[in-house]
Write a protein that binds this ligand. Structure first.
Ligand code: NDP
Length: 444
């Protein structure tokens, strides 16, 4: 049995009932086979793969808080400090009732390679709670955030672990967490990113993941002799990533005709109206039915259906495993040219394989959505310098980072004889830097 297969079996045996984590490890290790075979004796002697698939530290904790009726509620809190070989742990905090240890480990594992791909000095981590901010009052959200951070604060710090937002953790939650961290530690430091602009946040962080996705998509299309101008795009999701991806795609001349939320989806053949979408989702925090009610050209459909719409470029920006093999077949039948993932692991493995077999240009999330964490690292730099950069400075740096990510993964795929396989290219480029740093630092 090959070293890769041995380690995959080891992961399944050591981490039972964590299918998303198994899936993420399998996807990464499978695409690294040629690289691992090249270094097999050294890696095996040093148990490099066993170490890279095992988090350095897993913190599981209780989060008690009092709701508006005076009832005590108890949630689970998690922080996975996965790998610090190239910098302090960095990765978001997800607040969603569906989260569990397997999901957060998959996200932390992916984050290690994503952060490495940015070229910036950040290790990988991820955190979460099964708390659901939806339908809670501001006071309840604050009570939860304060309790969550009271425990988490002892494990993080600007040189140790710097969490950020993710699904369910927006500006409001980051603000409450930052406030209580400062009170507990009596330190004004860049311990969280995604902060408000008045207290250490970076301009362009809100836009970064969506914009970054489009910068990378444009670079990939250019490398294949085309660009976004005049292309029809479909986007899923209607959150932070989706909104700013739609905005930037429109700026570059594409037309985005769909978006979705967890209950339904919009088809708007005249192109999504981003200002209206922001009003519905960012201001009113309402359902997409309100978008349809306010816009004549839009159709609202219950359930799932974005991938049935004919498009040139598909951009899944909602959640994991939202685009399956049937969706992939439908997209290919409708002539899709490229798929770039804005969300983390939105495409199932069989759907990814199908796209690759059918010659669809496919860029995985760890490369395509790295703009968010890259800009978080730029926020850390500004906090360390005690300076603020302009929107244009940050945006320009973000663009440069996304272009470089594409160049590096394209070059890695070519070097290992897999030209055009951008998944393998991203995994190889991300992995090699982390592996080299781990080898240099000894057995730790
Ligand atoms: P948000 O919470 O802002 O938005 C998520 C959106 O997806 C919401 O509109 C939500 O609907 C919708 N959604 C959730 N589940 C489904 C589903 N099953 N079907 C259709 N729509 C669904 O999150 P983000 O935009 O921040 O994150 C989206 C993805 O991008 C996640 O995978 C996240 O990990 C990843 N990501 C985010 C980064 C960031 O900087 N924000 C950085 C890198 C990756 P509803 O409105 O009903 O809740």
């Amino acid at each position: 049995m090959s070293y890769v297969d041995e380690v995959y079996e080891y992961v399944v045996a050591k981490n039972p009932a964590q299918p998303e984590f198994h899936q993420a490890v399998k996807e990464v290790l499978d695409s690294l086979r040629v690289v691992i075979e090249e270094h097999e004796a050294d890696y095996k002697r040093d148990a490099l793969l066993e170490r890279i698939v095992t988090p350095e530290r897993q913190i599981l904790f209780r989060v008690p808080w009092v709701d508006d009726k005076g009832q005590v509620q108890v949630n689970n809190g998690f922080r996975i400090q996965f790998n610090s070989a190239i910098g302090p742990y960095k990765g978001g905090l997800r607040l969603h009732p569906s989260v569990n240890l397997g999901i957060i480990k998959f996200l932390g594992f992916e984050q290690v390679f994503k952060n490495s791909l940015t070229g910036l000095p950040i290790g990988g981590g991820k955190g979460c709670s099964d708390f659901d901010p939806k339908g809670k009052s501001d006071r309840e959200v604050m009570a939860f955030c304060q309790s969550f951070m009271t425990e988490l604060s002892r494990h993080i710090g600007q040189f140790t672990d710097v969490p950020a937002g993710d699904i369910g953790t927006g500006a409001r939650e980051i603000g409450y967490m930052y406030g209580i961290y400062k009170k507990i530690n009596n330190r004004y430091e860049g311990v969280l990113t995604g902060k408000g602009l008045t207290y250490g946040g970076s301009l362009a962080r809100t836009e970064a993941t969506g914009y970054g996705l489009i910068y990378l998509t444009e670079e990939m299309l250019k490398a294949n002799g085309t660009d976004l101008k005049g292309k029809i795009c479909t986007v899923s999701g209607a959150g932070n990533v989706a909104i700013y991806a739609i905005q930037k795609a429109h700026e570059l001349g594409a037309k985005v005709v769909t978006c979705s939320d967890s209950t339904g989806w919009i088809y708007d053949p005249e192109g999504i109206d981003v200002d209206l979408l922001k009003e519905v989702k960012e201001v009113k925090r309402a359902r997409l039915t309100e978008y349809a009610a306010a816009r004549k050209s839009a159709e609202y459909h219950e359930g799932k259906g974005v991938w049935t719409v004919k498009c040139d470029v598909a951009l899944p920006c909602a959640t994991q495993n939202e685009l399956n093999l049937d969706d992939a077949k439908e997209l290919v039948k409708n002539g899709v040219y490229a798929v770039c993932e804005g969300a983390n692991m939105p495409t199932t493995p069989d759907a990814t394989e199908y796209f690759q077999e059918q010659g669809v240009k496919f860029v995985c999330g760890k490369a395509a959505n790295a703009g968010g964490v890259a800009t978080s690292a730029l926020e850390m730099s500004q906090n360390s310098e005690r300076l603020h950069w302009t929107f244009e400075e940050v945006d320009e740096k973000l663009k440069g980072i996304m272009v470089n990510i594409f160049k590096n993964l394209d070059a890695a795929a070519k070097k290992y004889g897999m030209e055009g396989n951008y998944v393998a290219g991203a995994n190889i480029a991300g992995f090699l830097k982390v592996a080299e740093a781990m080898q240099a630092q000894g057995i730790v």
